[in-house]
Design a protein around this ligand. Structure first.
Ligand SMILES: CC(C)(COP(=O)(O)OP(=O)(O)OC[C@H]1O[C@@H](n2cnc3c(N)ncnc32)[C@H](O)[C@@H]1OP(=O)(O)O)[C@@H](O)C(=O)NCCC(=O)NCCS
Length: 209
């Protein structure tokens, strides 16, 4: 059995919510307040998930047709979020809602493959950076991204968040990974090309547990 990647569809939204709830439970057991509640409430969370699906930006990794990971990838972020960060004006891909299921030890490390896949897509699209905003106070998660080649890039400025009406936004810590863009003018982030790139990135199921 191998991990497959495909676009998420509207009828996957309940599975996306399940993955997020499962991660929130795991985080609570770890003593973190990350994702203790959905930002702006459950209905708005579902609405934002549907936006990602409708924009064909949300991806699902499956193992034997069972959803085990997800990420949403955009080629732009909300205005101003990265404006004052180092190289903030340069083309980038932006990650949101990266989650790997806790249900099976087979999935440990799968997040690294998702990050490498997103980096490969971004490079072919000509982007020089892979970026993510991270729960402000969760230094354990900051360490995870540092271990995956991301450098801290400061905090989203409060005046920018105030301007967006997002003063309560809990993920202000910016991290970015430098890429080696090799723009392919024919590259499109369509399902077939993305899945082909995914299949080309090695990953071995852990047998050690
Ligand atoms: C982040 C994530 C996708 C990484 O998946 P992965 O590459 O398969 O790696 P793992 O799940 O094995 O985690 C690697 C390490 O990072 C730690 N870690 C991962 N997410 C963490 C978090 N949110 N807070 C604190 N530590 C975290 C794990 O405990 C693990 O530490 P260990 O090696 O000491 O056991 C996955 O752990 C996850 O879904 N986390 C919860 C949701 C989340 O925080 N997503 C990121 C949003 S920006």
């Amino acid at each position: 059995m191998s991990f497959r990647l495909r676009l998420a569809r509207r009828d996957d939204v309940d599975d996306l919510i399940f993955l997020r709830d499962e991660a929130a439970t795991w985080l609570r057991k770890k003593g973190s307040d990350q994702w203790a509640a959905t930002w702006r409430g459950d209905a708005d969370h579902r609405r934002r998930l549907l936006v990602g699906v409708d924009l064909r930006a949300t991806w699902l990794v499956t193992l034997g047709n069972h959803p085990v990971a997800t990420v949403t990838v955009y080629d732009e972020d909300h205005p101003g979020i990265w404006l004052r960060a180092p190289h903030g004006h340069e083309p980038a891909f932006y990650l949101h809602r990266l989650i790997v299921s806790r249900q099976s030890d087979d999935c440990r490390g799968l997040g690294g493959r998702v990050l490498d896949w997103a980096a490969a897509c971004a490079e072919l699209a000509g982007a020089g950076w892979l970026r993510v905003d991270v729960w402000t106070t969760n230094t354990g998660l900051h360490d995870y991204y540092k271990g995956k080649g991301f450098a801290p890039a400061g905090l989203i400025p409060m005046d920018v968040l105030d301007g967006l009406g997002w003063s309560d936004y809990p993920s202000r810590a910016l991290f970015q990974r430098k890429l080696a863009p090799r723009k392919d003018p024919n590259f499109a982030m369509d399902e077939a090309r993305a899945a082909h790139l995914w299949d080309g990135i090695g990953f071995e199921i852990s047998k050690s547990g």
